[in-house]
Ligand binder design. Structure first.
Ligand code: DP6
Length: 324
């Protein structure tokens, strides 16, 4: 039955093996499989109401009406649900982001996963998690993984029907992340544009894809063994390889800032002192540090010597989508 209204929460995820490049832009099919950790302290809550009284979709983010570019992206995404459920009403979408938007903290991941979960209820489609991850993928690739909690793999698949996320490990052990917001301004080049540019022009691109598949196999074994040192080492190297590939693009893509490297140096120091912690960076200057959750507050205190405490976020492993 169609309820017209649905509300859901989805948590952000940070990739340990990155997705960077599509083999199909329209269907959002990735060049390689990826793997992430869903986080508990960064999330998006979204409500979708299919309303016969409106003549177009209205999208409010953090209380502000959004421009046509973002509204059109949401509109195209909701069409997937409308087409499947035979709905001819437009929608009012209200979203609250508990993630700094566009700061490289995967706001599109929690955003489209929450939107998918809310639209699923509002449309009465009742899709299961696998189908929802296929839908979420078409909004934003990384959103595929936010359907589930803990460690999640997005299988690249062979076609539009078998490219979806699968839960790998619930993450209910001593694992977490410390995030340093170096700069929360919206990035100049979106992931979407950046990955296209890299795929088309970087001479390192094919090696990136091959090496990411290899990293994925190895990290899955390390996760199974709860070997945080090996998980961290593989993730850190994978992030470096993605950034090296971006630097090879024409024009080159450099997302780091001086403070990004400062955080890396602190992580190296902490490691020297015996704390297992490893960084990973996405399409922005912020740094996510993978560590034992039981070490996170100590790492935070060290970082507070050089960064404002409001710019440091501690997160544990988070759950999958929740209907509200
Ligand atoms: C660097 O999922 O934002 O965070 O599919 O075009 O919406 P679109 O891209 P998006 O890209 C995320 C890229 C990344 C790595 C990752 O999360 O795997």
């Amino acid at each position: 039955m169609m309820l017209n209204r649905g509300k859901a929460r989805a948590y952000a995820n940070i990739a340990l093996i990155k997705y960077w490049g599509k083999r199909d832009d329209q269907l959002v099919l990735p060049m390689n499989s990826s793997l992430s950790l869903t986080l508990d302290s960064l999330y998006t809550e979204t409500e979708v109401v299919f309303d016969e009284k409106v003549d177009r979709d209205y999208f409010y983010l953090d209380g502000k009406i959004q421009d046509m570019e973002s509204t059109n992206r949401v509109n195209r995404f909701l069409d997937l649900f409308r087409d499947a459920a035979g709905i001819n009403r437009f929608a009012i979408i209200r979203s609250i982001n508990y993630v700094p938007t566009g700061a490289g903290l995967a706001s599109s991941a929690s955003g489209f996963a929450a939107l998918a979960a809310a639209a699923n209820v509002a449309s009465g489609l009742n899709l299961d998690h696998r189908e929802l991850s296929i839908y979420a993928r078409q909004g934003s690739g990384s959103a595929t993984r936010s359907i589930y909690g803990g460690f999640v793999e997005w299988k690249k698949g062979t076609n539009e029907e078998d490219s979806y996320a699968v839960p790998i490990d619930d993450g209910k052990w001593d694992i977490g992340m410390v995030i340093v917001i170096v700069n929360s301004r919206k990035k100049n080049i979106s992931s979407r544009e950046g990955m296209k540019q890299t795929l088309l022009t970087s001479p390192f691109y094919n090696n990136w894809v091959e090496s990411a598949e290899e990293d994925l196999k190895r990290i899955k074994i390390a996760i199974e063994n709860r070997d945080i040192k090996l998980i961290g080492k593989i993730a850190e190297a994978n992030s470096f390889k993605m950034h090296a590939t971006m630097l090879g693009a024409d024009p080159p893509l450099l997302y780091w800032e001086p403070e990004t490297i400062r955080v890396m140096e602190i992580v190296y120091e902490l490691r020297e002192e015996g704390t297992p912690c490893y960084f990973t960076m996405d399409a922005g200057p912020n740094v996510k540090i993978l560590c034992r959750l039981s070490d996170a507050q100590r790492i935070r205190r060290r970082l507070e010597q050089g960064f404002k405490s409001k710019h440091i976020i501690v997160a544990g492993s988070g759950p999958g989508i929740t209907v509200l």
